[in-house]
Write a protein that binds this ligand. Structure first.
Ligand SMILES: Nc1ncnc2c1ncn2[C@@H]1O[C@H](COP(=O)(O)OP(=O)(O)OP(=O)(O)O)[C@@H](O)[C@H]1O
Length: 626
């Protein structure tokens, strides 16, 4: 089984930050037209808000002078007020659209990268964390483009108001400007403190979500161990820290708001006081004083920028969480096609795989002739799953090459690779709506009903599927299945799409001995011929194979037929003897190992033991394996 290679996958923070900035820029470009429309509406609304005091002040002056204003002026007043309301509403509506599109874009980028990386890289992130990165954090990050537009617009009204104050009267404007440096200091401290506390808060949130999903996946183990209380404590262990960070976040926000709430009225009253003095001196009129007081109010509204900055800061921190997925290495594909009708000859040249800083597969050089069934055996942790992963390019070796019918796997197109190389796993995940969909799931067009049923029959799944309420049309959610039944559907899926290479990684481990044998026979007779790599702990799988690759500590210890290895090497027998004694101690699997062990030296005698590839050259070709 694969373990997460977290150490190797830990990306540098600066790379993640750069990826987050790139993704936010791409997102802004993607929803560029709408973001510009938000900005346009906000700017126009700010313009209307700025025009309003001037218009109202002038109206007051006209009234005081008993001068007729006329219908055009009345229309202008109404238009300015209506424009402000309509533009605000339009900005709110467009903001929702921009947020939604940006979020969707970030999710698509993250998901696409996750699906293009090698599985062990994806496994470096706990499922709960990955879900949070793609949902809550992507949604928060998706608000950044519109939040930037809001913050820019929120600055425009106060700046315009200061300009208007300057136009009305220099001294009145100076009364306001005296307090501006204080405001700038306040905003700078706010954005710095917010970013730190939000980042920490989101980090703790991720860790908690990760533990929760882990616990949900292991609910049975927790129940069996009676450790629910301890598990609850483990999941919630960081709750106090989450509370502390949450409080700190709101404290920063609260203290900034409080300080600006104290500063703003002071500035406002300073403007009114100076304006009153200037009115009594005859430097400005009553209407201008009214306009100045409203502009002071608008200028004092610079505090609203803090809200916009907070949203940008939260969004940028969240974008970094999502961007951790964007720096996952991509498993790219080439443009080469596999030779038509190739037999599926697999060659590994000096393959080396490093995980967690050490070589877990090394010096693997081997030729597997097309049409051969190969059993990959070895003790637990010997490297069998990694061998299987490298053979079908679920992952690339860190050194060396893997070739299928003479073409390096790295150079093969994604389509050809997934059409010609199939996998079945020990714990398959079923995808699709119905049982039939799950079997037909794979690259290329969906197979027909007959093909799906034939594959299910070969995998020993047809009988139990037909007993389901709606047979192959039964929805997966309504088809409770045992581990062995799920495994048979996984096998059926692989058989349905069998190409020139089929890799079965412990894919019959949950089947009883009789079913496993039936499946192995059907694999030979009923599934498209090709090369098979069978990772197995069962002795019977080794017995049936044309060739055995015996791995030990990440190296090929020997290759040969099971009979040769069994006769010549006691250490080989010990690989299975260990299983036999383990089985005996649990009272399980006696048929699996003991019976097969007894039969083992007489390998080729029965129909069951015939070479499976149907390739007459196989036995001679085995000599080519090195
Ligand atoms: N992502 C990873 N990070 C660190 N070590 C890893 C990783 N994946 C595999 N390994 C290590 O590589 C070795 C081989 O793993 P592999 O899963 O191939 O063994 P296996 O022979 O299939 O074992 P089993 O029979 O128990 O399934 C093991 O020691 C394992 O711990």
């Amino acid at each position: 089984m694969r373990a997460p290679d977290a150490a190797a996958d830990t990306a540098q923070p600066q790379d993640v930050a750069r990826a987050a900035d790139r993704a936010l820029r791409a997102t802004a470009r993607h929803s560029g037209g709408r973001t510009a429309a938000v900005l346009g509406c906000e700017v126009a609304a700010a313009g209307a808000a700025l025009a309003e005091p001037a218009v109202l002040g002038h109206t007051l002056d006209l009234l005081l002078r008993h001068a007729p204003s006329g219908p055009a002026w009345t229309l202008l007043c109404a238009g300015v007020i209506a424009a402000e309301v309509v533009l605000d509403a339009a900005a709110a509506r467009l903001t929702g659209e921009v947020d939604g599109r940006s979020t969707a874009r970030l999710r698509r980028l993250g998901l696409a990268r996750l699906l293009r990386t090698a599985p062990h890289h994806a496994a470096g992130h706990a499922p709960g964390e990955t879900a949070a990165r793609l949902t809550a954090h992507a949604a928060e990050a998706g608000k950044v483009p519109a939040a930037v537009a809001h913050a820019v617009a929120a600055l425009l009204a106060p700046l315009g108001a200061v300009a208007a104050l300057l136009l009305i009267d220099l001294w009145t404007a100076l009364a306001f400007l005296v307090g501006v440096p204080l405001l700038v200091l306040l905003l700078r401290a706010f954005s710095r403190d917010t970013l730190t506390s939000v980042a920490r808060y989101q980090q703790v949130q991720l860790a908690t979500a990760g533990r929760l999903v882990e616990a949900l996946a292991g609910a049975r183990t927790i129940a069996a161990a009676g450790s629910a209380a301890r598990e609850r404590a483990r999941i919630l262990a960081q709750l106090p820290e989450l509370g502390t960070e949450g409080r700190r976040m709101w404290q920063v926000y609260g203290s900034t708001t409080a300080r600006s709430a104290a500063l703003m009225p002071m500035l406002f009253y300073a403007v009114l006081a100076v304006g009153g003095i200037r009115l009594s001196a005859g430097a400005i009129g009553v209407g201008e004083l009214l306009a100045a007081s409203r502009y002071a109010g608008l200028a004092a509204g610079v505090g609203a920028v803090t809200g916009g900055l907070a949203a940008v800061a939260r969004g940028r921190a969240a974008a970094r969480r999502t961007a951790a997925l964007l720096v996952l290495p991509v498993l790219g594909h080439g443009r080469a096609e596999l030779p038509e009708g190739g037999p599926g000859t697999l060659e590994l040249r000096d393959v080396r795989v490093v995980r967690g800083g050490s070589a877990v597969l090394r010096d693997v050089s081997l030729v597997i002739p097309g049409g051969t069934t190969v059993a990959v055996v070895g003790r637990s942790g010997a490297g069998k799953t990694l061998f299987a992963a490298v053979a079908g390019r679920l992952t690339d070796p860190d050194a060396g090459r893997v070739l299928l019918d003479g073409v390096p796997l790295r150079e093969v197109t994604a389509d050809a690779l997934r059409r010609e190389v199939g996998y079945a796993f020990d714990r398959p995940v079923l995808l699709g709506d119905t049982v039939g969909d799950a079997i037909g799931f794979g690259a290329g067009p969906r197979p027909g009903r007959e093909a799906i049923r034939a594959a299910a029959r070969a995998a020993g799944a047809d009988a139990f599927v037909r007993r389901l309420p709606h047979g192959y049309g039964t929805r997966l959610a309504e088809a409770p299945m045992s581990g062995g039944e799920v495994q048979r559907l996984g096998l059926a899926r692989a058989f349905c799409h069998a190409g020139r290479l089929l890799v079965l990684d412990d894919a019959t481990s949950s089947l009883d001995t009789v079913t496993a044998r039936e499946v192995e026979r059907a694999l030979v007779r009923e599934v498209r011929p090709g090369t098979r790599i069978v990772v197995a702990h069962r002795l019977s799988s080794a017995v049936r194979a044309d060739l055995v690759v015996w791995l030990e500590d990440g190296r090929v210890r020997a290759t040969g037929t099971h009979g040769e290895l069994w006769r010549n090497d006691p250490a080989y027998r010990a690989v299975f003897a260990a299983d036999a004694s383990a089985d005996a101690s649990t009272g399980a699997g006696e048929e699996t190992t003991a019976a097969a062990t007894a039969r083992a030296p007489a390998v080729p005698e029965t129909d069951d033991h015939q070479p499976s590839g149907g390739n007459p050259g196989n036995r001679g070709n085995r000599e080519a394996a090195r």
